[in-house]
Each structure stands twice: as C-alpha cells, then as structure tokens.
Design a protein around this ligand. Structure first.
Ligand code: GRF
Length: 202
C-alpha cells in the first residue's frame, strides 16, 4: 500500500485480512512518502513491513516511481493500493502493475477530483456524496471506476462530519475492491469495469 496520511484505510484492509475478507490478498508492504504518516505506526503494530521513501530525494516523479516499483517488486507485490497517497504517480508505476493499481477517492467521481473533495461537495451543495475505488491512470482521479458508495449530505454537515460519514464507506469498499481484484474477478473494458460473480453467488 502507498500512504501519506493517517492510514485508516490501511487499518480497514488489515482488519479485513484478519477476518478473512481479503480473499487471497495480504498486506505485505506499506510505503509512505512522509516520515510523519500515521500509517507507519499502524503497519508496524500489525507486523507489516514499512518503507519510508521521501519523494524529495528524487529529481523527477518518474525517478521516484522507479524507486517505488523496485521496492514493490522486491516485496513480491501483485496489487498496489493507494490510500491518501499525496503524490501523482506516473506511467513508470502504472505500467509496472498493469490493471493492478487502485486508488480510493472521497467523492463520487467524476465529480470533485483532486484535493478537498468533501469540501468541494459541500460548496457545490450536492445532496449525495461518497467514495470511489478506481484504477489509476495518468489522469488525476480519472481511471476506470471499480466501486462506488454514496452517503447523504445532511443539513448540519461540516467538512469533518461529511468526511467521517464517507470514511465509514471507504473502509467497507476498499477491502472489497482489493478482494475482487485479488480473486481475478475484475475485467477492465475501456472505461467500463465488469465484475464476475463470486463462487458464493447463488
Ligand atoms: C481518504 O479519505 C481517501 O479517500 C483519500 O485520503 C484519505 C486517506 O485517509 N484519498 P487514510 O490515510 O486512509 O485515513
């Protein structure tokens, strides 16, 4: 996983793994680009390997992504899950893991890409907000959409209240998305993403 922030989505993936809900996936490595990322302590507490790779040590985004790819390959990574990774990634990373780089974004894309998505939703006055797990391409929050969940925007909401409501759905959605990809049930067909039924479907 690639993180920059508090790592609550990492915690949700780890909890899902403990419950046996990640399918064949395991969280093997957490890479952070900021030494103060809360994700570090969460990974360490779970016994997951952590690498701190500050992006400032690299001259270009591509050079940084080559370092990411080397670390991820070393760890035998199959799926790369970005969660609050405050860094645009390049084709160096995307082409190294084709169809296997995911991101979670706190809006119903294509609405409100980029920073402060929850604030953008409040400023716009939408009645629904939510989150999106999508495949990463070179655009900002623009790759094919895998899963989405909606939450209401309530009259008294401020950014913190809306973010907290969305996070509950993020923590449910991301483990499910990782599981679907790990089980090989996801096919990307242009912008459309098809999900095959699982073995437990009736
Ligand atoms: C989440 O809201 C995610 O959608 C966004 O950044 C936040 C990361 O939170 N991309 P956390 O670090 O997983 O707690």
């Amino acid at each position: 996983m690639l993180c920059s922030g508090s790592g609550t989505n990492l915690a949700a993936l780890l909890a899902a793994e403990r419950r046996g809900e990640l399918g064949p996936a395991t969280v093997k490595l957490v890479i952070v680009n900021r030494p103060d990322a809360g994700a570090i302590a969460r990974a360490e507490a779970a016994g997951v390997a952590v690498r701190v790779l500050p992006h400032g040590d690299h001259l270009t985004r591509e050079a940084y992504d080559r370092t990411l790819v080397a670390s991820l390959r070393d760890a035998g990574t199959h799926i790369v899950a970005l969660a609050g990774f405050m860094r645009r990634v390049t084709s160096e990373l995307i082409s190294a893991f084709p169809g296997r780089v995911l991101n979670i974004h706190p809006s119903l894309l294509p609405a409100f890409p980029g920073l402060h998505a929850q604030r953008q939703a409040l400023l716009h006055g939408t009645r629904l907000a939510g989150c999106t797990v999508h495949f990463v391409d070179e655009g900002l929050d623009q790759g094919p959409i895998l899963l989405q969940a909606a939450v209401p925007v309530l009259d008294g909401d401020d950014e913190a209240a809306l973010s907290a409501r969305i996070l509950v759905e993020e923590h449910r959605l991301y483990p499910l998305a990782v599981r679907l990809v790990a089980e090989g049930r996801v096919r990307v067909d242009g912008r459309r993403v098809r999900i095959a039924e699982g073995p437990d479907a009736s």
